[in-house]
Structures are given as structure tokens and as C-alpha cells.
Design a protein around this ligand. Structure first.
Ligand code: GCV
Length: 846
């Protein structure tokens, strides 16, 4: 693989230099629908060639030509004219290596080329300069076209039209967890672009737009439906609809795949079994596969989730995953299709009382013994970590446990456990931590990326899959900054050696503009955001301490223990952490190759970031950072919440430098995140304070001098309501207005006169729309409606929200009254009032 963007001087006459100047900011509102394909105007000092010649008639080559015309026109003001012969003028030549070479013998085509490779180059020829956009195949040509447009859009100064690049791995897919009814499991940006009311949508224009975005970053496959698959996916009517989806994506080189329910032969095939060894079942699948290829000749294959979270599987017949995978693989093989068999197979009824039980062991225990037993067109799809997309997990030991089996890594772009696109968390650094992790398989240097790409163990197939779950929301992912994750995933799937900063900087230039202040500022928010989120949600390997029995969003550490799901951290009054050692624990660490196992087996060599994932230690245990576990937990939650506040301040620097619409949208998200980080901080620190009985050396945990809790207020109509998890509210209680049309809670202000930020911590449950009014000495100073669509349907950590008024003048003796008006079953619930001086530096340290 190579990618070069060399300085002009090195290439002399062979490089066409372009001087691009940033155009003044267009202050128009942007919706985000274009993603990074905005093609913002640039002043091209050297001219774009006057004409374009598209060689060949493959759909993707035609797309390459039309995209170049579209992009060049938007950026430079004129589109090159389409011609069928060069005619002695500078021409953009678009085609495969063979087609371009035939047209322009002066050009030296790359000698080594895997599918999808491309070269873009300026070639001096007969007194003029041609731009070559050539691919090893039609897809490569399309990728070259996007690469050229990207270079022009990104480089404000001089760009040499010169790059040669190849993808790292053949599989570069996105998975969508869309259901036929149009809902999306773990989707946070509206309804499905593919399905509605049990059918494929009539209007698939967003599907075409999505495929274009995907193609622009080299994605070549899209699994369009939920891995918790509906058997309906294989009805004749659905197959006809899928063919329309495939037609919409094909011009962009994106092949479609579907998830299948192994029970389908029984559910819709009228058979009395789905046993993968039964000849009738085998014949049924073959007929379905044939029908799929009849309708979709370039169909990519099946994804399978089986024996997992209620999905049926081969274990029902005493058979292994290999039996089921190979049965499907044999039907697909003649057509060139693949089976992506997910290693996310585990028992969610584990025995909490069994100290040896460990969900993290499951994938390796089940799949390692099957190594070498899978057909060549089966790929075992392995989540990055052994649990489930937590804020931090070690690399799955299964990566080194399969050497004669194709593998793909599964990442999660949709932010299920990382803030659900209501909070900004740039995940590229997290993914890189796994991809770069050296498994030391066979005692060799074998970073995870080399294994999944098939290089480490010389496998023919392999690569990358990410669950992306875009939706009908105009900007695809709700939070404009979340698009950096989709972009970043694709960049890594093409070239995992790129740095997190290069990826975010490139994305920002195309998405928000090339102004260096903009690029620096967006980086200031994106680059530390994963660590920040980890710090206030679940550091030291605790994982995201979220409500796993609810929407996986807000804090609820208690929900993770004492049940069969196995997302345990085993906190007691004395210590915390899962003992996964071989010596005294679950033995999970023994699944790693010896060098890695030795590192994790000893506390001395386990990094702090994973300490509690690997070891159970007393709260007083001293970490490598020199502090005790408990004090580190307290400190990280406080500094994490503080850093989230810093993102608001950073973002404000962009006012006037990017369009107002996206500026305001992100500002609102960052403000919400800053306040929500406090909800997290308080819940987790309160929980560990209670469990450990150890005070915070800094005196913060359990002491909130700027707050007046609902219980301390004079209440009329409001009564206390005990929350399921005490950690999610002051004294474990919310105030609710149940029996009256309006309730009030009042307090007298006793602090020195001054200017304060005044907040109300209330609960905005998804259902219901309460109204709140805040009065100062009887006069209304703020009124708002609790109509947010936060994930939770209960008064809980998921729905705890802050309404903040900035710079309110207060003096001793003032009466502050909150008036709550329930509506739609939501009892105007709240927790506390908070007031802190505007002059205070650490603004969120209430
Ligand atoms: C599609 C997690 C998610 C589920 C998801 C599952 C999976 O458990 O919470 O919604 O199901 O992973 O990856 O199969």
C-alpha cells in the first residue's frame, strides 16, 4: 500500500501545481446532508483541464466521471466538458489502468494493483497537462475520482496531483441494524433509509446518497438489515425490494449483503426444522440464494448472528457455528458470496455467584476449537473487545486464536455505549488502540490490523466491518461531529496506519473548511473526547457503567451486577474489578498468546487503563499513577466532567468561522454534554463512595455546596419519589408532582449578593411533556418545556437534565420558586437547584 502527496519540486514538470485559496466563509446555513462531500468553492490558480474523457462504460466509471464534473464545477466554477477524444487539450482521463494506458501511452501504470487501487497523476504530454484518474478496476477508478476531489478540497496551498493508493483489506463494509418496520436497533439519527412499514422504501434517494458517501471513502459493502434478523428478509417481495437497494448502491461500487435468521426455513419455508444438516434445509437455502443472485447478481453475502441474545442457532441441534456457516457458505460460493459469521456468541444467563463465570471468555472458548473448520468463503466477524463495544476493552483474544480462519474486526460507529450521538466522542483513537495492539501470536509482531487483514496468517479474505446505523436525519448521524467516526472508520479500513489526528484534520477541512483555526479547534474537541468520556463514565477498565438493563445511555453502575449478562465489575465493600487471571481468576487472560498473557497476569505490568478489567484489587491499591484506585476513580470523574465543559469553550471559538446552523447545533450538543457529564460523575462517584466507605481526599464527593435539593425546599404538592438506582439523584430521590395540576418548590437564597448561573436539575422523560417555570421573588425568570426525546422512559440517570440560566443577579433573602406542571404522564420531576457565581473558574464544579 502506498499513498503519496509529494511536494511539487520533486516532480518538476510532471506535477501540475494548483494554488488553491480559501474562499471567504459563506455564511449560509448548512444542513450536513453533504457530509464531507461539500465541494466548497476554492480558487484554483492553475486551471482544471478543460475537458474530461470517461473511458469505458462500467457503472462505477460513469459515476467517477459525473462526480468529477460535479465536484470540479462546485469547487472551480466550471465543469470540464465531456469529450470522446483528447483533441490536443488538457484532459481529465478517467478509466481503468488498461483503458487509460491505451489512451495515453506516455503514462506508466502501477505494476502492482489489488482491486480498488488507484492512481491520480498529472502527466505532461504533447505540450499540455492531462490528469489521469485511473483504477485497477472500475471501483478503483471511482475511488481515484474521489481522491482527486479530496486533494483539491483539502489542500489550501499547493497540491500535487499525485497519489497512488491501495486498500489494506478486501472487506470494508458497514452494517446497518435496520428492521423492516423502519426502526433501527441502536440507531440514533431517525428512521431507516432502507425500510418502512415492512417493505423496502419506495423512495431510495437517500440510499443512493449514502452509497456515494461510502464510496468516497472506499467502503465496498453494506449489510442493510439488523443482525437480529427478520425471516421476512427472504420473502420474494423483500428480495425484489432488495434488488432496488442494490441498484441504488451499485453505481457507487457498494455491494449489498443481508443478515439472515437461521430459523427462516421454519419461519417462512414451511419446514419443521432449521437443522443445518437436514437436506431439506440445505435445499431451501440454496433456492433462496439462487433467487437472490437472480435478482442481485453482485450480491455480497450473509451476516449471521446465532446462538446469541435470543437468536436461535446450530446449538439447538448440537451443532457448531462452523456447521451453520459452512452450510450457507456452500450455497453462496458458486456465486462469489461470503458468510460473515459473528463471534458474538455468549450465554446471557451466566451465574453471578460463580466466580469463574466470565462472559469475556465466550468467543474464544467457542470459536478457537473450530479454527480451520470454516470454508474459505466464511469470515468470522469479531467485535474489537471481548464484551460489547464498551468505552474501553482489551483486544479480543480471539484475534490470535484463529490462524486458519478468515477474520474481520467489527467496530461500532453508532455510539451505543459512547453517548448515542448526544455526546461527542471521536472513536478513532479507541479503534487504533485495538488495531495497533500487538497480539504477539506465534511470538511474532502481529498487531490486530495485520491479523484481520489476512496478512499475519496468510488468509485470502478479511478486513473491517462497522455498525454505522445512519438514519433519515438530514445529517445522517444527528450530531454533525459524529460523522467524523464514519469517515474515520472508513479511513482506517483503507489504511489503519493513518493517525487519529490526520484523519480528524482531513475530515474537518472537508466538512467545515480549511481555516487552520477551525481545524485546530475541531481537533481540540475531537481528539481528547474519547478519553474524556471514558473518564466520566467508566475508567480503569470498568467499562461504560451504564444502565445495561435499559437504553445503554445514562449511568447506572448497579444495573451491571447481580444478573446473568456478565458485564460485571464485581464491586464489594473492600475492592473492585474482575479477577481474570489464570492464577486465581476466570482464566480469561490465558486465552492470549504467552507474551500478552504474561503482561496482563501481573498487576505490575497491567496498564492502569485496564486494571479493573483484569484484576480485583482493594480500593486502596496503588496504581501506576501513584494514587489509590478509589481516589483515581474520584479524580478522573471530576476531571472528565471538567474537560467536557472545556469542549463548550473550545467550540465557541468557531463562532463566525463556520456556518451558523452547524455551529449552533454542535454548541447545543456540547452544552448538554457538559451538564450531562456531571450527572455521570455524580452517579459513579456516589456509587463507589457508598460501596467503599472511603471519603474523597478532595472533599468533593457527596458534598454539593452550590445545590439546594428538592427535599430541602418548601414543597407544595411535590412529593419524594425513590429512584431504582440511588446514585442517580440527590438522596436517591426525585421530586414529583402527582396529584395536582401544578406543584411548587421554593427556597431562600442565603449566599452573598452577586451574579450567578442558576440551574435546575430535572428529568426529561421521553414520554410526556411537563412545563417548568422558575420564579425569582414571584417574578418569572424562565419557562421551559421538558419535551426532549432522551432515551429513557423513566425518572433515572438516562433522563436527568439541566436547565441553566446564565448571569442571574441574586442576593441573600431572595426566594427562588420552581413551578412544575405535569403533562402526558410526566410528573414535572426534578432533583435540585444549583447556583454558582459566574466568576468561578471551574464553572461546572458545583
Ligand atoms: C443487534 C449489543 C447491543 C444489541 C446488539 C448486539 C449485537 O448487545 O446492545 O442491540 O444487537 O450487541 O451486536 O448483536
Amino acid at each position: 500500500m502506498s499513498f503519496s502527496l509529494r511536494p511539487r519540486g520533486l516532480h518538476g514538470a510532471l506535477c501540475a501545481a494548483l494554488v488553491l485559496a480559501v474562499s471567504p466563509l459563506a455564511a449560509h446555513a448548512e444542513t450536513g446532508a453533504d457530509g464531507w462531500l461539500r465541494y466548497a468553492p476554492t480558487k484554483l490558480a492553475a486551471k482544471v483541464p478543460a475537458q474530461i474523457q470517461v473511458l469505458g462504460s462500467a457503472a462505477q466509471i460513469k459515476s467517477a466521471g459525473s462526480e468529477l464534473q460535479r465536484g470540479l464545477k462546485a469547487m472551480s466554477g466550471h465543469a470540464p466538458a465531456a469529450v470522446s477524444g483528447e483533441g490536443g487539450k488538457g484532459t481529465v482521463l478517467v478509466g481503468t489502468y488498461a483503458q487509460v494506458k491505451a489512451q495515453l501511452p506516455a503514462w506508466q501504470s502501477p505494476s502492482h494493483a489489488v482491486p480498488g487501487s488507484y492512481q491520480i497523476k498529472a502527466v505532461e504530454h504533447a505540450g499540455h497537462t492531462d490528469w489521469v484518474v485511473a483504477g485497477a478496476d472500475a471501483r478503483g477508478t471511482l475511488y481515484g475520482a474521489f481522491a482527486l476531489l479530496e486533494q483539491l478540497g483539502e489542500q489550501p496551498q499547493r497540491a500535487a496531483i499525485d497519489a497512488t493508493s491501495s486498500p489494506s483489506a478486501p472487506i470494508r463494509w458497514v452494517d446497518e441494524w435496520d428492521n423492516p418496520d423502519g426502526s433501527i436497533e441502536r440507531g440514533y439519527a431517525g428512521r431507516s433509509i432502507f425500510f418502512d412499514k415492512g417493505h423496502v422504501r419506495a423512495d431510495l434517494s437517500r440510499v443512493g446518497d449514502y452509497a456515494r458517501l461510502l464510496a468516497s471513502v472506499g467502503i465496498n459493502g453494506c449489510n442493510v438489515n439488523n443482525v437480529n434478523a427478520s425471516p421476512k428478509m427472504l420473502t420474494p417481495q423483500m428480495i425484489a425490494g432488495l434488488a432496488r437497494i442494490a441498484d441504488a448502491m451499485r453505481p457507487w461500487g457498494v455491494r449489498i449483503a443481508i443478515s439472515v435468521d437461521l430459523r427462516s426455513p421454519q419461519e417462512i419455508g414451511g419446514l419443521d426444522t432449521f437443522n443445518p444438516k437436514d437436506p431439506r434445509v440445505i435445499a431451501w437455502w440454496q433456492s433462496k440464494v439462487d433467487a437472490l443472485y437472480q435478482a442481485i447478481p453482485d450480491f455480497a453475502g450473509f451476516t449471521v448472528k446465532a446462538d446469541s441474545e435470543g437468536q436461535p442457532g446450530p446449538s439447538q441441534y448440537g451443532l457448531s457455528p462452523a456447521a451453520a456457516a459452512n452450510m450457507l457458505a456452500k450455497a453462496l460460493a458458486p456465486h462469489g458470496g461470503v458468510v460473515m459469521y459473528r463471534a458474538f456468541v455468549y450465554n446471557h444467563h451466566l451465574d453471578w455467584h460463580n466466580a469463574k463465570a466470565d462472559r469475556a471468555r465466550a468467543a474464544y472458548d467457542i470459536f478457537h476449537p473450530l479454527d480451520g473448520k470454516f470454508d474459505n468463503n466464511v469470515v468470522v466477524q469479531i467485535k474489537n473487545g471481548p464484551i460489547d463495544f464498551q468505552v474501553r476493552e482489551p483486544a479480543s483474544p480471539l484475534f490470535a486464536g484463529l490462524r486458519k480462519t478468515n477474520q474481520a474486526i467489527e467496530l461500532e460507529v453508532t455510539q451505543e455505549y459512547t453517548g448515542q450521538q448526544r455526546q461527542t466522542v471521536y472513536l478513532v483513537p479507541m479503534w487504533k488502540a485495538t488495531l495497533d495492539f500487538d497480539m504477539h501470536a506465534e511470538g511474532r509482531h502481529t498487531p490486530v490490523k495485520s491479523i484481520v487483514e489476512g496478512k499475519a496468517f496468510d488468509r485470502p479474505l478479511g478486513g473491517y466491518v462497522a455498525v454505522s446505523n445512519v438514519g433519515l436525519d438530514t445529517n445522517w448521524m444527528r450530531n454533525p461531529l459524529a460523522m467524523a467516526n464514519l469517515w474515520g472508520y472508513a479511513r482506517l479500513a483503507w489504511n489503519p496506519d493513518l493517525s487519529a489526528k490526520t484523519i480528524s484534520s482531513n475530515w474537518t477541512r472537508l466538512t467545515f473548511g480549511t481555516d487552520p483555526v477551525v481545524v485546530d479547534t475541531v481537533n481540540q474537541v475531537l481528539l481528547p473526547s474519547w478519553r474524556t468520556y471514558e473518564d466520566y463514565t467508566g475508567p480503569l477498565g470498568l467499562q461504560t457503567l451504564t444502565n445495561i438493563l435499559g437504553p445503554h445511555y445514562g449511568p447506572a453502575p448497579q444495573s451491571q451486577e447481580h444478573n446473568g449478562w456478565g458485564q460485571w465489575f464485581r464491586a464489594t465493600h473492600k475492592g473492585v474489578g474482575m479477577d481474570r487471571t489464570v492464577a486465581t481468576g476466570t482464566g480469561y487472560i490465558g486465552q492470549y498468546p504467552p507474551q500478552v498473557a504474561a503482561m496482563f497476569e501481573s498487576k505490575q505490568s497491567t496498564p492502569d487503563d485496564l486494571m479493573l478489567f483484569m484484576h480485583h484489587v482493594p480500593y486502596g491499591y496503588t496504581l501506576h499513577n501513584g494514587k489509590s484506585v478509589i481516589q483515581t476513580l474520584y479524580d478522573l470523574h471530576y476531571t472528565g466532567a471538567q474537560k467536557a465543559q472545556g469542549f463548550v469553550d473550545a467550540w465557541k471559538k468557531l463562532h463566525g468561522r463556520i456556518d451558523d446552523a452547524r455551529y449552533e447545533k454542535v454548541l447545543k450538543i456540547q452544552r448538554y454534554q457538559a451538564a450531562y457529564a456531571i450527572v455521570w460523575r455524580d452517579a459513579v462517584t456516589r456509587y463507589f463512595h457508598k460501596m467503599s466507605g472511603i471519603a474523597d481526599a478532595m472533599g468533593r464527593v457527596g458534598h454539593y455546596p452550590d445545590r439546594i435539593t428538592g427535599e430541602q425546599m418548601k414543597r407544595v404538592g411535590y412529593t419524594s419519589h425513590k429512584l431504582k438506582y440511588f446514585e442517580n439523584a440527590s438522596h436517591g430521590q426525585a421530586q414529583v408532582c402527582l396529584k395536582r395540576a401544578t406543584c411548587t418548590a421554593s427556597a431562600t437564597f442565603h449566599r452573598p449578593a452577586g451574579t450567578y448561573n442558576l440551574g435546575v436539575q430535572y428529568f426529561d422523560v421521553r414520554t410526556g411533556t411537563s412545563h417548568f417555570t422558575l420564579k425569582l421573588n414571584g417574578k418569572t425568570i424562565s419557562h421551559w418545556t421538558a419535551d426532549a426525546t432522551l432515551p429513557g422512559t423513566t425518572i433515572s440517570g438516562d433522563t436527568s437534565t439541566r436547565h441553566l440560566m446564565r448571569a442571574v443577579r441574586l442576593k441573600p433573602g431572595d426566594t427562588i420558586t420552581l413551578v412544575g406542571q405535569p403533562q402526558g404522564g410526566e410528573p414535572a420531576p426534578f432533583d435540585y437547584l444549583v447556583a454558582y457565581p459566574t466568576s468561578r473558574q471551574s464553572k461546572m464544579h458545583d
